[in-house]
Design a protein around this ligand. Structure first.
Ligand SMILES: CC(C)(COP(=O)(O)OP(=O)(O)OC[C@H]1O[C@@H](n2cnc3c(N)ncnc32)[C@H](O)[C@@H]1OP(=O)(O)O)[C@@H](O)C(=O)NCCC(=O)NCCS
Length: 229
């Protein structure tokens, strides 16, 4: 680990960690932020283009939204096509980050793979959400989903790494975090690949037809900065 990064909680004292945190200064999210700007200047990765989700993406989104295996570890209800399209319209309309709970969703589009919808655009194979967990404490949360036909090829990692870098660079959170069911090993592996640390697990934290644990993953701004050097 780079010397400026967070001391490993397993091998350092709370005092060491407090000293490192003090060097970071107070929270300073660069808000408000309107993700609509990314329509004109999307985030491009090696294989993907990430731009704000649109209501017209509903047919592509429904292709993964309706698969029970995809919903297993996310708190979305099973939806019929009409409900799915409405949910996509709501998520597409959320664009401005200004306070707690605000979010935007970026569509992962795959150039040269046609949409299942009526337009001729590229297919939306998944999406990534950026949500404000705490404005006062400069904490942002990431969430992700990829159509099973496109999983296991590194697309989620490619997109999430680009959004992680965009978020730290443009929005300046102190912490980026993810919450997931610990049985969701694909999502846990993605967090680890992104450089997020497993900080702990809240037992039976939520009830979604059954009591579910919630694993907390986090990455501090200085960890990200150190990873760039
Ligand atoms: C979580 C989720 C997005 C992860 O997707 P994923 O495709 O497994 O993730 P990645 O893009 O990181 O791909 C990783 C796999 O692709 C492989 N891969 C292939 N080419 C690759 C490349 N160019 N770069 C990186 N990995 C590559 C990796 O080796 C890895 O395979 P492995 O798991 O056998 O080691 C996906 O499982 C999902 O959508 N789940 C349902 C929704 C959900 O639960 N969301 C999270 C809620 S917290």
């Amino acid at each position: 680990m780079h010397e400026n990064a967070t001391p490993d909680p397993a091998t350092t004292t709370p005092l060491d960690r407090a000293a490192a945190a003090a060097a970071d200064g107070p929270p300073a999210l660069r808000f408000p932020y309107d993700a609509t700007a990314l329509t004109e200047t999307p985030i491009s990765t090696e294989r993907l283009v990430l731009r704000p989700l649109e209501a017209s993406d509903a047919p592509d989104v429904f292709e993964y939204q309706r698969i029970p295996e995809v919903l297993r570890y996310i708190p979305w209800p099973e939806r019929d096509r009409g409900e799915g399209y409405e949910a996509t319209a709501r998520r597409a309309a959320a664009r401005v980050l200004a306070g707690d709970g605000d979010y935007f969703v970026l569509a992962m589009t795959l150039p040269d793979t046609p949409s299942v919808g009526d337009d001729d655009g590229p297919r939306v194979i998944g999406d990534i959400m950026v949500r404000v967990s705490s404005f006062a404490n400069a904490r942002l949360e990431l969430g992700w989903i990829v159509h099973p036909d496109f999983q296991g090829r590194g697309y989620a990692y490619e997109a999430a790494a680009a959004v992680r870098d965009f978020a730290f660079d443009r929005l300046e959170p102190h912490r980026l975090e993810a919450y997931l069911d610990p049985r969701n090993t694909a999502s846990a592996a993605l967090c680890e690949r992104l450089g997020m640390r497993h900080e702990g697990t809240m037992l039976e934290e939520a009830y979604n037809d059954e009591w579910q644990d919630s694993a907390v993953y986090g990455m501090l701004r200085r960890d990200w900065a150190a990873s760039l050097t």
